[in-house]
Design a protein around this ligand. Structure first.
Ligand code: HEM
Length: 512
């Protein structure tokens, strides 16, 4: 029998592949049904359309066009955007047991994070274990007594920094957030240019490049590539080098704490609790895992708090009415003539400030389109059929600006939170996420915000500069050195200047 020429064989193989692909797509499309698919390009789908990570307004416009739910195809991923509180509640909250995973990421999670970075972990026993450890220490009974003194010290530094260099308010907010989270995790303060913390935050920024740029990271967008033999995995050497470097940075910080624990100078903190509990076998945690748990908290707890405080400053300058209300309430407990700074023990006496914190989170959710969760088994909802592996996100900007859920949503209006759920930090907005993956640092976060905002409102006047109107949608998530807007900041009175100078001595002299 004559041999079949190679070109014919190759064409045959390609035709068979295309046929098989078409059949499997046909079967898939018959079996599953997604809500309002946003038109995109062949193969690439909507990958070039969604301007991640600052996709908030794109998400709002698309929700206006496509309604309560819409679907995008991003490389190999199907992402359903949920645009009303109703559908987020129905799926990500009420069905959280199957809507709480993360996708398989061969590069960012398995190689670059040794499979143990919580934020990227699938819903699994390992994730549950890390979550339990974090929750018990950060939100347990001891948490307040352990961490509040750090927050109150850094608040004194914060008002001092605002007084000294008001134009660098964004740097002051970052310094506050950095030093609180470093104290919470490792029991030590950190200056704005602390080299160890800088290295940790740089490592996460580098990871972000791989997370958000499919051109830099094809394998996470098309995970079947990970089946290639190891020598052909072109991404592997860079990923392994990243992991090695990250471990050495994290270990360096831990080694410093171990020396302090040995000589009895370690302060109460998350890492000491973990090390001691692990020694007593209260929970099990691997060595690399421990390092990633510490670094995850540092990464998750710094830029987030800075952004929230910065947004409150914008809201104070643009909507001065609520500031007057908050100030009256603060003056009642701290004195109208600057007797003392607000403290976290004033929370019950000044509920309006708690509403300010929640409204700040609702008003401009800086994680603009949420953090997608992966569905772990096939599911049906209102006539749609979703396969396991579909990603779902709460479309944060679209939810915050949804007129059916919030009256006059563009407006900063803390009153909307003066209700029976006031004291539940997770109710009434989505900025801490949803379901079982909801931010585990919410206690530290809301205390940071409450205290920083109360002290700033109590001590300073904020005003918009008419020559530089504030774009409240410019959250400038990534960068702290340059403020996202200009604002006029002045101390309220000479008495407030004296108060700041008096209380900040403690912060200026605290070296640990
Ligand atoms: C205003 C400040 C903060 C905001 C707005 C915020 C928001 C978020 C969001 C949206 C998520 C993802 C939730 C989801 O996938 O459903 C998250 C996760 C997380 N946050 Fe926060 N966060 C803040 C501060 C903090 C702080 C201070 C810490 C640490 C003390 C922290 C630790 C974490 C951790 C460890 C996770 C991963 C949870 C998991 O995957 O199970 N966050 N946060």
């Amino acid at each position: 029998m004559p041999a079949v020429p190679f070109p014919v064989l190759a064409l045959g193989a390609i035709a068979a592949f295309i046929l098989q692909y078409a059949i499997s797509r046909y079967r898939f499309n018959k079996k599953y049904k997604f809500p309002n698919v946003v038109p995109g390009l062949p193969i690439l789908g909507n990958s070039l359309q969604v301007p991640f990570p600052a996709a908030g307004m794109w998400g709002v416009e698309t929700a206006r066009k496509y309604g309560e739910m819409y679907t995008c195809f991003l490389g190999g991923t199907t992402l359903v955007f949920l645009n009303s509180a109703r559908v987020v509640n129905d799926l990500m909250e009420k069905r959280a047991s199957i809507y709480s995973s993360r996708p398989y990421r061969p590069l960012c999670q398995d190689i670059m994070s040794g499979g143990v970075r919580m934020l990227l972990m699938p819903y699994s026993d390992k994730w549950r274990n890390q979550r339990k450890i974090m929750h018990s220490i950060l939100n347990g009974q001891q948490a307040e007594t352990k961490f509040v003194p750090y927050q109150e010290l850094e608040a004194k530094q914060l008002v001092y920094d605002y007084l000294r260099e008001p134009e660098k308010f964004n740097v002051a907010n970052q310094a506050f957030a950095n030093s609180v989270i470093m104290s919470v995790v490792f029991g030590r303060r950190a200056s704005i240019d602390d080299p160890e913390l800088k290295a940790i935050l740089k490592a996460v920024a580098d990871l972000g490049e791989y997370l958000f740029n499919p051109m830099k990271n094809l394998v996470d967008a098309f995970p079947w590539l990970a089946k290639l033999p190891k020598p052909l995995q072109w991404w592997r050497p860079a990923g392994e080098a990243y992991f090695k470097n990250a471990i050495s940075i994290y270990q360096h910080e831990l080694d410093k704490l171990l020396v302090k624990m040995d000589n009895g100078t370690a302060r109460p903190c998350f890492a000491v609790d973990v090390i001691q509990a692990a020694e007593k076998k209260e929970f099990q945690i691997g060595e690399h895992e421990k390092l990633f748990v510490f670094s995850t908290l540092l990464e998750a707890g710094s830029d987030t708090s800075r952004n929230a405080i910065t947004q409150m400053v914008a809201a104070a300058a643009v909507y001065p009415e609520w500031v007057q209300k908050a100030r009256l309430a603060l003056d009642k407990v701290c004195g109208a003539n600057a007797e003392r700074l607000p403290s976290l023990s004033d929370r019950d006496a000044v509920p309006y400030m708690t509403a300010v914190v929640k409204e700040t989170l609702r008003w401009r959710p800086f994680i603009q389109t949420g953090v997608p969760h992966m569905l772990t088994q096939d599911d049906e909802y209102e006539g749609y059929k979703f396969p396991a592996g579909t990603m779902f996100t709460w479309n944060a900007y679209a939810l915050a600006l949804n007129e059916n859920d919030y009256e006059d949503p563009e407006r900063f209006m803390p009153e909307r939170f003066m209700n029976k759920d006031l004291k539940n930090p997770l109710k009434g907005h989505w900025s801490f996420g949803t379901g079982r993956r909801v931010c585990v640092g919410y206690n530290v976060a809301q205390n940071n915000m409450w205290l920083a905002m109360a002290c700033l409102i109590y001590c300073f006047d904020f005003a918009e500069d008419p020559e530089h109107p504030i774009d409240t949608f410019n959250t400038n998530w990534e960068e702290w050195a340059r403020p996202p807007f200009k604002v006029k900041i002045k101390p309220r009175s000479g008495a407030h200047v004296e108060l700041i100078n008096r209380v900040s001595v403690e912060a200026l002299n605290a070296h640990y």
